[in-house]
Design a protein around this ligand. Sequence first.
Ligand SMILES: Cc1cc2nc3c(=O)[nH]c(=O)nc-3n(C[C@H](O)[C@H](O)[C@H](O)COP(=O)(O)OP(=O)(O)OC[C@H]3O[C@@H](n4cnc5c(N)ncnc54)[C@H](O)[C@@H]3O)c2cc1C
Ligand code: SF4
Length: 569
Amino acid sequence: MAVSRSELPSRAYDAIVVGSGISGGWAAKELTEKGLKTLVLEAGPPIVPARDYAEHVPAHALSYRGFANRRALNREQPVQSQTGACDEWASKFFVNDRENPYSYDPKAPFAWIRGRHVGGRSIMWGRQVYRWSDLDFEANARENIAVDWPIRYADIAPWYTYVEKFIGVSGQAEGLAHLPDGEFLPPMQLNCAEMHVRDAMTKRWRGERVLTVGRCAVLTRPHEGRAPCHYCGPCHRGCITHSYFSSVGSTLPAASATGRLTLRPNSVVAEVMYDERTDRATGVRAVDAETLAPLEFRARVIFLCASALESARILLNSKTSRFPTGLGNSSGELGRNVMDHVFGAGASGTLPGMDNRKTFGNRPNGAYVPRFRNVTENHPDFLRGYGFQGGGGRSSWLRGMRTPGFGAAFKDSLLSELGPWEMDFGGFGECLPRPDNFVALHPTLKDKWGIPALHVQCTFGPNERAILKDMRVTAAEILEAAGAKDIKTSDDELPPGLCIHEMGTARMGRDPRTSVLNGWNQSHDVPNLFVTDGACMTSSGNQNPSITYMALTARACDYAVGRLKRGEI
Ligand SMILES: Cc1cc2nc3c(=O)[nH]c(=O)nc-3n(C[C@H](O)[C@H](O)[C@H](O)COP(=O)(O)OP(=O)(O)OC[C@H]3O[C@@H](n4cnc5c(N)ncnc54)[C@H](O)[C@@H]3O)c2cc1C
Ligand code: SF4
């Protein structure tokens, strides 16, 4: 049944936040705590931790014993199931690919991994959090690539601190200028294999290559009313004790406690409304995900936090006579410069000795080797750099899958003894921004809610491929230096998107002619419109990006509320 305009629910708020994931949760907290009556519109359903989280559910309690219904995954989630986190426990946290289609050239695949529920990907994320430095913020200007960031480390450093103090980050201070230390809770411990490799690296590279324990948004002591981690391990299935940071366990409850939050799940935002006479965004049009009823909501300021590609999609779909190619797109840069980190290359090996040592519990964290290329010297083959994530552990009975042998004695040996210590490293490399990596509205394809889908065009270039090649070489060098045996290198060229760090579609910049957002994540064109998810990124760094989105979001909220209160937007 068609709903007439007059029947549409239309209520006024101070602020609308689109999306309740990592960046939307932060916007909700900051805006409500600063006094704004805030509506959070979330496309997906609510999450009830006691019902939905499954980190303590044993494999034998599942229908497919943890091996998943492959037929259903292939049919409903062929893209999502490319990531290991989309397993039998957690596939419900990933989108249905048939309901959420997008297109790409089959010769240039893009893996768009998404969550659509309250909390977004803050439920499944890997929780690795690393600050950027001016090595990152100055890179575009130094190398004359794309456009310069309109901010420097000094602009964001206090906001990193602010965010870290709230979310709780365990980590080890290392005093590296290019990977600044933060407000750390006690670090998790490296195991003996990682300590051995760390010491060998120090001996061989004398501080140029460093190994530290991962900096992660997991609590090692009680913090902000949340319990410390009990090392059960499979965090991507949820955490009933909220021991890792998620919007469900942290920012949304904080926003709710102000009494100024309205959270509306099942609300798929299709476009931002704009009034040419006042040159302001006036609200959003949405679709009720369950009833398909059209909805309209109005507010004085709009924050898009729907994730990098979804926020671009909403803006591209918000066409007006002044902005025929999408709201706020006078620069023509909206949708362009898609980036993801390049990964898939590294090395693994076994470490002899230490066979009398083993670990207890499942530490939800690994070891980290910060970027060491193009820090003090220029590499001849590529710009920027990469860090390694990985770690050491003793292989279990599962090693039988790749070890020759059969029969009862073989099985007994697998079950009665732990395997050798193994160490592995996988690189996460920077991707350069390029205008020919873009998203655009598909001319005919629509999602389940009738909203135009995206076409994604994104490939890695020669710089990313050279980085991949170097990752393999240096990972093996590190293992060799530590005396590892059976070193095997990998250099899979995985499709962009699969690193799940997609960003860059509404970049920040100083010049409205070449960027979509200014240095405050504010649209150059529409002053009461802010985009604070990964869309805003002007370059990609090599660090996991979400803490930078959180810090930029908190900073943008502070700025927006100040401008709003002074009547300037
Ligand atoms: C398995 C995995 C591991 C990861 N590991 C790390 C890591 O270690 N470190 C790191 O920094 N990052 C990691 N990431 C990436 C991280 O999750 C994202 O960078 C982060 O969640 C992005 O935050 P966001 O707020 O932009 O998007 P999301 O957290 O995805 O939230 C976006 C929200 O917007 C909603 N939405 C989308 N479209 C609409 C619409 N039209 N209307 C209304 N609502 C909408 C979605 O439903 C979703 O809830 C990982 C991701 C995954 C999946
Ligand atoms: S390992 Fe720690 S953070 Fe992860 S789900 Fe278990 S308790 Fe939560």
